[in-house]
Design a protein around this ligand. Structure first.
Ligand code: ASP
Length: 449
């Protein structure tokens, strides 16, 4: 039995939904269908989720959301009419959207989540109707009914462990179940969404809960590329990648598959395949627990910008007990998360996402570090990009770091920081934002033809 998740672009129009129907009909093992909200039909289009965000903002501002409701409804209507779905489905969708006007906006901490959840919820109802109209035995199931219990963290929920055995009870269900992605229900019965792009997470949870043989994630590309196609012309497509490698690449901006969706699949050892709705016979990219063999030393190169780096140096730091602890305590006091912390004998660098700092907090933070730590040197650098070279094969090969630094040196790129985790799955370089593209190109052509 397989779980198939279809992303927004796969469900953006009736033409796209036709492809989805054919894919589902093609393999009777595809019994659990997780859907996103309708996405973009073309590059200038607006996703239903983004329209819902505007609707939320309108309601908060006390403005009339009629035009947005109409625009959202039209997206469902076009699909519903093309497949001649039961008329009551479209009526119910319109009513559901109209009801959003009545929501209490003041002090409602789940408002945003409730509104956004309508995108996938209505789409699941619609797609179940489409499958029925196409002669399949299918039905919509709500996250509550299937047991998608999540933490009460608006916009950023996590699954609760108690959800899995409840979900598993549906494993013998003979019909096709169509499940809305992106949100779950708290123990108190509130709606909470995962972070953006979170329908991938729903799919992974359902696959883990059902103990599926495969989790198929249908999107609009043939699979995962070894580098960003916007930077490298026709980069190699990755045939097989391990969860660990994928985790590193997803972290550094490979957005094809949500990084949080890897954990449920990894724990339940369910293989994942990324496939293209527009080219379903292409084998895609397999994400597996253990790779058969490491055909390539490096599988991918990724990068992500928007980091800042605090550099603290103090002579004999290595002999001071609790030095790092004090630095981290200061970060905690400011409610700041850090991402990396490479250290030397007398110095440490703390790399963090710059969006956590305002000019004011930055000043205060540095003042506090200066006061409490009394460093010999303290500076902060902005506009840092992290570039990551990923491959489990590098454990068995000497010289990957040397080749990487040589690749950067050839382009006269200054390395602000190097970090190689002890797992030896990746090497990370901190460089200036302006060098990002040149760095990726030089590294790519070093490890790939
Ligand atoms: N529709 C949601 C978003 O745009 C979730 C998803 O598509 O996975 O973020």
């Amino acid at each position: 039995m397989k779980v198939a998740k279809f992303g927004g672009s796969s469900l953006a129009s009736s033409d796209q939904v036709r492809k989805v129907v054919n894919i589902i009909k093609d393999d009777p093992a595809r019994r659990y269908i997780v859907v996103s909200a309708p996405g973009k039909r073309h590059s200038d289009d607006i996703k239903v989720t983004d329209l819902l965000i505007s609707l939320h903002d309108k309601l908060i501002a006390g403005k009339d959301p009629s035009r947005l409701i109409e625009a959202i409804y039209n997206r469902y209507e076009e699909i519903g009419q093309a497949f001649h779905v039961d008329a009551h489905i479209l009526t119910a969708i319109r009513e559901d959207l109209e009801k959003l006007r009545m929501l209490e906006t003041k002090g409602n901490e789940h408002l945003y989540d409730i509104i956004l959840s309508r995108g996938e919820d209505n789409n699941a109802r619609l797609i179940a109707g489409v499958l029925k109209a196409e002669g399949l035995k299918a039905r919509y199931i709500s996250p509550k009914e299937i047991g998608m219990y999540v933490t009460d963290e608006p916009k950023n929920a996590r699954i609760l462990n108690k959800a899995y055995p409840i979900i598993h009870k549906w494993a013998k269900n003979p019909d096709i179940l169509v499940i809305p992605g992106f949100f779950g229900i708290t123990e108190e019965g509130n709606i909470c969404t995962f972070s953006r792009g979170g329908s991938d997470i729903t799919g992974a949870i359902i696959a883990a809960g059902m103990n599926a043989e495969l989790y198929e994630n249908f999107t609009d590309v043939n699979g995962i590329y070894s580098a960003h196609p916007g930077i490298i012309h026709e980069p190699e497509l990755i045939k097989e990648i391990s969860y660990r490698e994928m985790r590193e690449l997803a972290y550094a901006g490979f957005s094809v598959f949500h990084d949080e969706a890897l954990i449920p699949s990894f724990q339940a050892k369910i293989p994942v395949v990324i496939k293209n709705t527009n080219n379903p016979t292409h084998p895609g990219t397999q994400i597996v627990h253990e790779k058969h063999k490491h055909e390539k030393t490096v599988v991918g190169i990724a990068s992500d910008g928007g980091f800042s780096m605090i550099y603290i140096s103090k002579y004999l730091m290595n002999r001071e007990v609790g030095f790092t602890l004090r630095v981290l305590q200061i970060l905690k006091d400011f409610d700041i998360k850090y991402e990396h912390m490479p250290s030397g004998i007398d110095d440490i660098s703390i790399i963090l996402r710059a969006n956590q700092l305002t000019e004011e907090t930055e000043e205060e933070l540095l003042r506090k570090i200066a006061y409490e730590i009394d460093p010999d040197e303290l500076r902060i650098k902005h506009n840092i990009t992290m570039v990551v070279v990923v491959g489990e094969g590098m454990r068995e090969k000497v010289g990957v770091t040397a080749e990487s630094t040589a690749a950067l040196a050839r382009k006269k790129i200054n390395i602000e920081m190097i970090n190689q985790g002890s797992s030896e799955v990746s090497i990370m370089f901190g460089i200036q934002d302006k060098d990002e593209k040149a760095a990726i190109r030089s590294l790519y052509y070093t490890f790939f033809d």
